[in-house]
Design a binder for this molecule. Structure first.
Ligand code: ZN
Length: 342
């Protein structure tokens, strides 16, 4: 399987993340990629490719124009305002306030952010746009006839809405790739999100559409980030009704329950008869993940990779979360190997 990767992700490494009332080293950090690369090479998966130039026309089909401009210019605007720290929102247009376009950078940050955990730094746009280009390259390969590809994206993307960033995500890589498949001629595209956290951004982007089926397996929103989306009764809107499927599960979920949800999602995907499958591949369902609460073991990742292969669809894996750094390589590559042997 071809693996698309670039070192450009390293330019995004904020000094801090707000966690439990403290400023800590971000869980989402560049070394995550080093562990995955090391494990890929150890298992002789060496078919690496660099991404091409990011096609912004596709990006603008899934993201708001003003939002993309904000991300691109946020750091220079922040500098111009005289601030010395990294970009962190302090005020949000929650219900009761008005969501109107802002002139001041502080206002813009609150307008386009949904949380305070994710900082923007000098190198964030470079890394986020390169990450989207990695996903686009994977899409082009699979559209061109490859059975499967692995877009080793960082920063991740599935929390990024049409016009919101957060959850370590800026541009929604999997959504950009899904749109790319549609533009390349696919009639129906399925996205399977196996990250521990709900893919709120991906859901938001395709909520009104029937040409993209979105299935997400995740920690129940009452218990975990991103909290306010990901409930079972969110099934799509208008033409999109029935094409959004959420599987929220409680803390402590093990593979017996998780695997049954995956089985149900796989059956829905099969019935949808998509031309292509995208997998939002987060491995933070692992039992020792520091910010998640599911209990999957390393062999479980191999098992579910094989189950996904049985769908016999052209497949693009897009890297999302996973924060148990010493196991992220093993778990990620187990999915890929399980798929290849499945
Ligand atoms: Zn996650």
């Amino acid at each position: 399987m071809k693996i698309i990767y670039t070192d450009d992700h390293r330019s995004h490494f904020p000094q801090g993340e707000v966690y439990g009332g403290e400023l800590v080293t971000p869980f989402e950090r560049p070394s995550r990629m080093e562990y995955i690369l090391r494990e890929l090479k150890a298992r002789k998966m060496n078919d690496f490719m660099a991404p091409g130039k990011l096609n912004m026309a596709t990006v603008r089909k899934v993201h708001d124009k003003g939002f993309v401009e904000f991300l691109e210019n946020a750091w220079s605007d922040w500098q111009k305002a005289g601030y010395r720290g990294e970009i962190l929102p302090t005020m949000f247009p929650v219900p009761g306030l008005r969501k109107k376009p802002m002139r001041a950078i502080d206002g813009k940050v609150g307008y386009y952010a949904f949380g305070t955990e994710t900082m923007i730094t000098a190198g964030t746009w470079k890394a986020a746009s390169a990450s989207a280009a990695v996903a686009q390259k994977g899409q082009a390969l699979v559209s061109g006839g490859e059975r499967a590809a692995f877009a080793l994206c960082r920063p991740p993307g599935h929390h990024a809405h049409h016009d919101l960033y957060g959850g370590y995500c800026f541009l929604n890589n999997v959504a950009i790739a899904a749109q790319g498949f549609r533009d390349a001629g696919a009639s129906r595209v399925a996205i399977l999100d196996v990250d521990f956290h709900h893919g709120n951004g991906t859901q938001d982007i395709f909520y009104d559409r029937d040409d993209v089926l979105f299935c997400s397996l995740h920690g129940a929103p009452e218990d975990t980030f991103p909290y306010f989306l990901g409930f079972k009764d969110e099934t799509g809107r208008g033409k999109g009704e029935g094409f959004n499927v959420n599987y929220p599960m409680p803390p402590g979920t093990k593979y017996d329950v998780w695997g049954a949800a995956l089985e149900s999602a796989c059956r829905k995907i099969k019935a949808y008869k998509p031309d292509v499958l995208l997998v939002s591949l987060g491995v933070d369902t692992y039992k020792d993940d520091p910010i998640s609460s599911f209990k999957l073991t390393s062999p479980d990742f191999m098992t579910y990779g094989a189950r996904i292969a049985k769908l016999k669809l052209p497949t693009l894996f897009v890297m999302e979360g996973g924060y148990a750094i010493d196991a992220i390589g093993i778990n990620t590559v187990n999915v890929i190997e399980g798929f290849e042997n499945g």
